[in-house]
Design a protein around this ligand. Structure first.
Ligand SMILES: NC(=O)C1=CN([C@@H]2O[C@H](COP(=O)(O)OP(=O)(O)OC[C@H]3O[C@@H](n4cnc5c(N)ncnc54)[C@H](O)[C@@H]3O)[C@@H](O)[C@H]2O)C=CC1
Ligand SMILES: CC(=O)N[C@@H]1[C@@H](OP(=O)(O)OP(=O)(O)OC[C@H]2O[C@@H](n3ccc(=O)[nH]c3=O)[C@H](O)[C@@H]2O)O[C@H](C(=O)O)[C@@H](O)[C@@H]1O
Length: 472
């Protein structure tokens, strides 16, 4: 990398970059722009969506606004829809979407477009950092050639690094996760790590771009597979008449049992997506990700599993499905966020609709009466009006707001034989037991069970059982 003398030398003897373009101002890029601004960098926030720029400018977007006022007040921090307005920057941090297409293959269109835009303003000594999640080899093989349309060579003329984002909404611990840094060469890795040390607690330099890309995917894939194990075990324990929650509580008394929990399904734009990204890297190999993709299918099948169990229950109480009403509380993919991407609740609604079942939905994170994308229903105004006269209530997302729901009230508001589908067991179990509600898990493990039911009494808490034990 011959052209780095113009970068000023910082106290860590690494050249310092001072003007950062953050391309893509979604959840990831927005937080990066604020963080780099707070670290004293000049920042140009770039997003192709003019409306989104407007929401950032007036603070009406769904992300936290800590630091936004300082960003907007600082003359050296600006917003634009054009990468050309960032031509004076010396670092380009790309955080655009990397979703799947309709064939479950990586859709790199946004990424290619962003790289093409950057290639038009790239100068000697600049650094390009990819934060978006991609598959191993993508940065080097797909994005580097686009960036080199600038006439510059990655490594020799400009830096190319992959620093995957680990932060996720409503998980403050993940915000402070160390940042993995993989680069085109060691010199640029040092420059990148120095820049990120200003915005995170610690950096983890790794040996290559591909290792950094793989780390991100492996973290999420391991989580997806482990959740799939619990989801599959839940369907089996249902059939055996065993309550999975008693099994989890008991298994947790072993110090090296890692707790994962069954849910209506696995949502978000990462866990359902990342196995398919990694699978892409195996396309030319004899080896494949058979277990990983099977686990993905298990998780993807869960909303349908619960949809079928609901239909089964309705038939068992002589309620024609086409005349039934299902109330779905929670549309986000996980608690306390406003994000319906790959939401299991939305997938469940899609699964139920062909049966002409009537569906009402409410999510406090969404605007009342807002149209819920892709399922043709509007968000309700509150939980009570949503569940009134419903035959089934599904607690699809464990928002904190729903902790206040009183099972007795739900039972009174709903139709006869009211079914509660609360896979995450959000509602107080004793209160549910004392209400008129029929818990789906009880229905599944009672009316269909052949084996002895598990004993609800005399359970030992994990904390008590693990007194004094250390992890292996
Ligand atoms: N949201 C999350 O919790 C996390 C996301 N990631 C990854 O970070 C990346 C970004 O994710 P999000 O921030 O959630 O995406 P997002 O969908 O919330 O935001 C992406 C933004 O990029 C803009 N954009 C799209 N194409 C563009 C282009 N060519 N030039 C400029 N702007 C463009 C869009 O208008 C949008 O505002 C993805 O690869 C995702 O997998 C990684 C960790 C956490
Ligand atoms: C390894 C890891 O913890 N990855 C995180 C993950 O965050 P994400 O926002 O997807 O949330 P999550 O807690 O993994 O939940 C994803 C989905 O999995 C479900 N879920 C979660 C835990 C569990 O035991 N059972 C379960 O079914 C959730 O309900 C949700 O629908 O993916 C993020 C990402 O890559 O976008 C990443 O930054 C986060 O650190």
């Amino acid at each position: 990398m011959e052209n780095r003398e113009e970068l000023e030398i910082t106290e860590t003897n690494e050249p310092s970059l001072s003007q950062v373009a953050c391309i893509g101002l979604g959840f990831v890029g927005y937080h990066s722009a604020i963080a780099f601004c707070e670290s004293g960098k000049a920042v140009v926030g770039i997003d192709i969506d003019d409306d989104h720029i407007r929401t950032v400018r007036n603070g009406t977007h769904p992300f936290e606004t800590n630091g936004l006022r300082e960003f907007l007040d600082r003359e050296t921090c600006t917003l634009s829809t054009r990468v050309s307005d960032a031509a004076d920057c010396d670092c380009y941090v790309i955080s655009v979407p990397t979703p799947l297409d309709e064939r479950d293959s990586p859709d790199l269109s946004a990424l290619r477009d962003a790289c093409q835009q950057v290639s038009t303003v790239l100068d000697d000594g600049d650094l390009v950092v990819l934060q978006s999640t991609v598959y191993p080899g993508c940065t080097r093989d797909e994005l580097r050639p686009i960036l080199e349309r600038s006439g510059l060579e990655a490594g020799a003329d400009f830096g190319l690094s992959h620093v995957p984002e680990r932060y996720s909404p409503s998980d403050e611990r993940s915000r402070r996760a160390p940042r993995v840094v993989g680069s085109i060469d060691e010199d640029w890795r040092a420059v990148t790590a120095a820049m990120y040390r200003d915005v995170t607690r610690s950096t983890v330099p790794v040996s290559s771009l591909e290792v950094a890309e793989a780390i991100k995917l492996v973290e999420n894939i391991q989580r997806d597979v482990n959740i799939a194990v619990l989801n599959e075990l839940t369907t089996v324990t249902d059939a055996l008449g065993i309550d999975i929650w008693n099994v989890i509580e008991g298994a947790e008394t072993k110090w090296n049992f890692h707790r994962y929990e069954p849910r209506l399904g696995v949502g978000g734009h990462c866990l359902p997506v990342d196995p398919h990204y990694f699978r892409t890297a195996t396309d030319h190999l004899d080896e494949d990700l058979e277990l990983v993709m099977t686990a993905r299918d298990v998780n993807g099948s869960m909303p349908g599993y619960y949809g079928d169990r609901i239909a089964e229950y309705l038939a068992s109480v002589d309620k024609p499905v086409s005349e039934a009403t299902v109330a779905v509380l929670g549309l986000s993919y996980k608690p306390n966020v406003e994000d319906p991407r790959n939401s299991p609740s939305v997938t469940l609604i899609r699964h139920l609709r062909p049966n002409d079942i009537d569906v009402a939905a409410f999510d406090p994170q969404f605007q009342p009466n807002a149209e819920i994308e892709g399922i043709g229903i509007e968000n309700g105004t509150d939980a009570v009006s949503t569940v009134r006269n419903a035959d089934v209530t599904v607690v699809g997302t464990g928002h904190d707001d729903f902790q206040r729901l009183q099972p007795a009230t739900l039972g009174d508001l709903m139709a006869d034989d009211p079914l509660l589908v609360d896979v995450a067991r959000l509602l107080d179990t004793d209160a549910v037991d004392d209400s008129d509600l029929v818990r789906l898990r009880d229905y599944l493990t009672t009316d269909r069970a052949n084996s002895p039911r598990d004993d609800h009494n005399g359970e030992t808490s994990a904390a008590d059982a693990n007194q004094g034990w250390n992890d292996e």
